[in-house]
Design a protein around this ligand. Structure first.
Ligand code: SF4
Length: 98
C-alpha cells in the first residue's frame, strides 16, 4: 500500500514556517503565502484556511507536489495525513516517510 492510494489531507504548523514559499511554488493550488508572510493551506474554493491546525484535502493531481513540498520544507512543518485513520504519512511525525 502506498499513501497515493488513499485520501490525504494536509495542514501546516505556522509556528515553524519560515515563509520561504517553497510549498507555494511546488503546489500553488494547495499552499499560499498570506500577507503575514506565512504559508497556509488552501481549499478547492481558493480560500486560505487560517484556523490553527486547519487541514484541506490533497487533490489527487497534487499529491506528488505536496509530498515534494513536505520533503523540501525547511521548517519541517507540513503534515500530510491519511484521512481514513488520521495517521501522518508524510511530514515530521510520519513513521514511514520513504
Ligand atoms: S515550505 Fe514550509 S517553511 Fe517554507 S513556506 Fe512552505 S510551509 Fe513554510
Amino acid at each position: 500500500m502506498t499513501a497515493q492510494d488513499e485520501s490525504l489531507d494536509v495542514w501546516i504548523d505556522q509556528e515553524l514556517c519560515t515563509g520561504d514559499g517553497i510549498c507555494s511554488q511546488y503546489a500553488p493550488d494547495v499552499f499560499e503565502l498570506d500577507i503575514d508572510g506565512l504559508a497556509y493551506v488552501k481549499g478547492a474554493d481558493g480560500e486560505l484556511r487560517q484556523e490553527e491546525g486547519a487541514a484541506v484535502p490533497v487533490p489527487a493531481d497534487a499529491v506528488r507536489d505536496v509530498v515534494d513540498s513536505v520533503k523540501d520544507c525547511p521548517g519541517d512543518c507540513i503534515h500530510v495525513r491519511r484521512v481514513s485513520d488520521g495517521v501522518e504519512v508524510y511530514g515530521p511525525e510520519a513513521v514511514d516517510t520513504p
